[in-house]
Design a protein around this ligand. Structure first.
Ligand SMILES: C=CC1=C(C)c2cc3[nH]c(cc4nc(cc5[nH]c(cc1n2)c(C)c5CCC(=O)O)C(CCC(=O)O)=C4C)c(C)c3C=C
Ligand SMILES: [Fe+2]
Ligand SMILES: [Fe+2]
Length: 343
């Protein structure tokens, strides 16, 4: 038995295959909104050294001794609030993105392209996604993590997972890894469209808050470009929409643990706004390509409550780009350069 895996039927015929596989990925959700499933998911997620970079032994003691005993029950309650009949929103929306991207590429004449989806933590795993592509005979794979703004914690970690799988394959495919698209014109356009639709329907708020998922501040000091890429996305969308000076602000949400995270914090900013009489805000989260726990529970519910409680009057959440046509078209533009066959 060899340590390297392969599909053994017709390997020579596969050598002439023109099929390209596209693997879109996102972070992942637990299999169920229960304490035990959330504990399993958080164990995998929070054991990733790309996500938590404190000395290993110390972290494992904290993780297993404290966090995995307390957080799963609390998180499971939050997941129950957003769970649908089809399952976790992040997974079902990514499935819709997969299907729509597949159809979009076929409409553009790319008949030999197969789109699959996978999650970095939980299911369907990166390994299952890559294996599905291999079983369908692809010899070239484009990996597109759906994180517009690169961070080592997300995109970097996805690269680790992909390479861990591929290093066990006998026949490593031609591989393209798209490491971000925070400034891609079509992504900026899709964000601008979704904001413009909201402003037309609901009027201009006092503040338009671009709330990005945070990271520990140390990651920035250590060279992670995520913070700068978030700022760039906000600037490009503001320029595209010609927003009045001072309307757009960038903030960071989803703090975890005691260390300092990227600032300004979303919840603190919303409280300050309300106290200053800035009582009409619209909020969006451009780092999430699909609605998930962090938007549906934290932004739509928790932060709304924070703002209203502090005296705010009007709070509205602008949905993630999800499976909007202009979003799917932007994703297609990202992969198309890699679809042409070798001469
Ligand atoms: C502990 C450190 C964390 C870092 C660093 C981090 C970075 C980061 N995460 C996303 C995207 C998502 N995170 C989501 C959930 C989530 N994130 C953390 C922690 C860190 N994230 C936790 C513990 C959780 C789980 C939920 C909870 O217990 O509160 C999600 C949603 C998942 C879902 O099922 O809906 C996404 C998406 C980005 C983009 C990012 C840094 C750039
Ligand atoms: Fe996160
Ligand atoms: Fe959160």
């Amino acid at each position: 038995m060899s340590r390297f895996s392969a599909i053994t039927d017709n390997p020579h015929q596969r050598g002439f295959s023109q099929k390209t596989g596209i693997l879109i990925t996102n972070l992942g959700s637990p299999d169920a909104p229960t304490t035990s499933a959330v504990r399993r998911y958080l164990r995998e997620f929070l054991s990733d050294p790309r996500v938590v970079e404190i000395p290993r032994l110390l972290w494992l003691i904290i993780l297993h001794g404290i966090i995995l005993r307390i957080r799963p029950a609390k998180s499971a309650k939050n997941y129950q609030k957003i769970w649908t009949e089809q399952g976790a929103p992040l997974i079902t929306i990514t499935q819709a993105q997969q299907q729509k991207l597949q159809q979009h590429l076929i409409r553009l004449g790319h008949q030999d392209v197969i789109v699959e989806m996978a999650m970095r933590y939980g299911n369907p795993s990166i390994e299952s996604g890559l294996t599905k592509l291999r079983e369908q005979g692809v010899t070239k794979i484009v990996v597109l993590p759906l994180y517009p703004q690169y961070s080592g914690a997300t995109t970097g970690s996805t690269f680790d997972a992909v390479s861990r799988v591929l290093r066990s394959w006998r026949w490593v495919p031609e591989l393209h890894f798209i490491n971000g698209y925070h400034q891609q014109p079509d992504y900026i356009e899709a964000l601008a469209n979704s904001i413009a639709e909201d402003l037309t329907a609901n009027g201009t708020p006092d503040k338009l808050v671009f709330s990005y998922h945070g990271t520990p501040k140390q990651f920035l000091n250590w060279g992670d470009p995520y913070y700068c890429f978030c700022m760039q996305t906000t600037r490009l969308v503001s320029e595209r929409l010609q927003l009045p000076e001072g309307l757009a602000v960038s903030t960071f949400q989803s703090r975890f643990g005691k260390a300092e995270w990227l600032q300004p914090y979303t919840d603190v900013t919303l409280t300050e706004f309300a106290k200053q009489g800035i009582d009409n805000v619209a909020i969006l989260s451009p780092a999430f390509s699909a609605d998930c726990l962090e938007t549906l529970e934290e932004l739509e519910e928790e932060n709304r409550e924070t703002f209203m409680h502090a005296g705010g009057k009007h709070y509205r959440y602008i949905k993630a780009l999800n499976d909007r046509e202009d979003h799917i078209a932007a994703l297609a533009k990202l992969v198309i350069p890699y679809l042409s066959n070798k001469a």
